[in-house]
Design a binder for this molecule. Structure first.
Ligand code: AMP
Ligand code: MN
Ligand code: MN
Ligand code: MN
Length: 278
């Protein structure tokens, strides 16, 4: 039997819109056999998702998507099959969440200077006491009619050099690969084609990631084009990295990214799940 894998998804524990249980039900209905829950800098949804997966008869891979600052640019590293009780991992994630809280307040100040008041309070409400992300601010700004879509809000207000953007340092690549490995997991560079960087710089990032013990490249991603999938497959082969596949699903209101709706891995890729015993 061919199993269907979706190894990148979000729940209400970060900036997704479904509870872990609802997410697992969506995945099961979409024909996913193996789902990784990979909330941003947070593993608080894993226990609930695992119970839901048992009830639905699918496999839940405990995961996380960690924010990294690499040479002044933000990149994301997915950790798969992590032990969520690992203390170095949890201490690291707690530090990143503290930065998120500080950043959110600062975003509120900057938006207020720009004539947009109450954004921090609104984003906090939307985050329901869980991690606070730029996505929560984006939803508020759309509600306020500042832009038509979340994507437009990012472009006008929330990207680097825009009025609501607060620069800062996430964790280093070395720390994050270390936390994931300490927790017994596999580190995967998320949506590698999405970063605004030259091909040369991308190769430098991947080379460093491999040097530090990174194992996988997210070759197939909901945020890649088909062409991206093929060029990332070539990079994975060149660097001897295993290939992962994930939709980066955040909720059903983003109809262009659906759970489990993934292209197959291009020929010649070694799947990250090749030696999983599940
Ligand atoms: P944060 O980690 O709080 O800085 O927020 C990053 C999140 O914002 C990503 O995980 C995406 O879910 C979302 N995001 C980033 N860029 C965009 C964009 N251009 N359009 C829509 N969502 C975006
Ligand atoms: Mn997100
Ligand atoms: Mn990401
Ligand atoms: Mn993601």
């Amino acid at each position: 039997m061919t199993r269907h894998y979706d190894l990148h998804s979000h729940s209400l524990a970060s900036d997704g819109t479904l509870s872990p249980t609802e997410l697992v039900k969506w995945a099961a209905n979409a024909g996913v056999d193996v789902l990784a829950l990979t909330d941003h800098d947070e593993t608080g949804g894993i226990v609930e998702a695992s119970a839901a997966a048992r009830a639905e008869g699918i496999v839940l891979v405990p995961g996380v998507e960690i924010s990294v600052t690499w040479q002044k640019q933000t990149v994301h590293i997915v950790g798969l099959h992590i032990n969520i009780e690992s203390s170095p991992l949890q201490q690291g994630l707690a530090r990143l969440r503290e930065f998120r809280c500080w950043r959110a307040e600062e975003m509120g100040h900057r938006l207020a200077k720009h004539g947009i008041h109450g954004a921090w309070e609104a984003a906090q409400r939307l985050a329901h006491g869980r991690i606070i992300s730029r996505t929560h601010f984006a939803h508020f700004l759309v509600e306020q009619g500042r832009a038509r879509t979340v994507r437009d809000v990012f472009k006008t207000y929330l990207k680097p050099n825009k009025p609501g953007y607060v620069p800062g340092e996430w964790a280093s690549l070395e720390e994050v690969v270390g936390w994931i490995r300490d927790a017994g997991g596999q580190a995967v560079l998320a949506h590698p084609a999405r970063y605004a960087m030259t091909a040369t710089r991308r190769r430098k990032l991947i080379a460093e990631f491999v040097e530090l013990g990174g194992e996988g490249l997210e070759v197939v991603s909901g945020s890649h084009s088909r062409g991206d999938n093929f060029s990332m497959a070539q990079l994975a082969r060149y660097f001897g990295l295993k290939a992962s596949a994930g939709s980066d699903f955040h909720g059903p209101e983003n109809p262009w990214v659906m759970l489990g709706r993934l292209e197959p891995l291009p020929d010649g890729c070694v799947p990250i799940w090749a030696d999983w015993s599940i």
